[in-house]
Design a protein around this ligand. Structure first.
Ligand code: ADP
Ligand code: ADP
Length: 225
């Protein structure tokens, strides 16, 4: 299980400031939710953590290792996005296995991991389908599968459930938490949905205008709408 630390992170584009001095510690194997209104800096925080964006100042430490200067692929993290970002012309199996083929994982090992992840997510019967032949919930599971197959210990999620209808979203929240516990993943999860944050998080981090306003257990937080 992996710990995460953000130390004095700041980010500006010219004179537009997205983040100012963000300090955050995330326990190994915990589920941390970044909550706040649109434009408060949630995605920027996640992207800096992932290495998709370079901070103007500060350090990112994962598992005690300073990864600030490392590219995304060397940070030992997986990511799940809101729009799933699946390849439409590839099958479910190929979508899930994409990262493995890029990393030249041996075929037998790839096949084993693919079977494991498909079983875990209930996708066994859908491996030959194209994303367009799947429901929203199934597509979301494929996106999750692609993240899990890499066996990263840290998973970053940017509004992964926001394209699903209310009932499915509720089911997937529970499912995601069960998976996260089962695999010992450290998750950083972005949402602007207060109910989602309160029902899922071990730690809620409330951002406002690029600063952490409050952080703590869901029940100890007073969150403004
Ligand atoms: P959130 O995810 O909470 O909606 P973001 O992290 O996307 O917020 O954005 C934080 C702030 O930084 C916003 O004011 C946004 O307009 C600004 N911002 C984000 N990306 C860029 C960029 N590439 N160039 C300039 N400003 C940006
Ligand atoms: P979200 O609110 O879901 O985080 P946005 O629509 O704010 O997403 O941003 C989508 C993309 O546009 C991101 O890559 C972000 O960095 C970029 N972006 C956001 N705000 C600005 C901005 N003011 N100027 C330039 N790029 C921006």
């Amino acid at each position: 299980m992996s710990s995460i630390e953000l130390i004095d992170i700041a980010k500006s584009w010219g004179d537009a400031t997205a983040l100012q001095s963000v300090n955050l510690q995330i326990e190994p194997g915990s589920f941390c939710v970044l909550l706040g209104p649109s434009g408060c800096g949630k995605s920027t925080t996640l992207r800096i953590l992932a290495g998709l964006e370079t901070a103007t100042r500060g350090r990112v430490v994962i598992d005690g290792r300073d990864v600030t200067a490392l590219p995304p692929a060397q940070r030992g993290i997986a990511m799940v996005f809101q729009n799933y970002a699946l390849f439409p012309h590839l099958s479910v199996a190929e979508n899930i296995g994409f990262g493995l083929s890029v990393r030249k994982t041996p075929a037998a090992e790839s096949a084993r991991r693919l079977r494991e992840v498909a079983a875990l997510l209930g996708l066994d019967a859908l491996l030959d389908r194209k994303p367009s032949q799947l429901s929203g919930g199934q597509q979301q599971r494929v996106a999750l599968g692609r993240a899990l197959v890499a066996q990263a210990k840290v998973c970053l999620m940017d509004e992964p459930l926001s394209n699903l209808d209310a009932q499915l979203r509720q089911d997937m929240r529970r499912e995601l938490r069960e998976l996260q516990r089962q695999l010992g993943l450290t998750v950083v999860y972005v949402t602007h949905d207060q109910t989602e944050a309160m029902s899922m998080a071990d730690q809620v981090v409330l951002l406002n205008r690029g600063r952490i306003e409050q952080a703590g257990l869901p029940r100890t937080l007073y969150a403004r709408p």
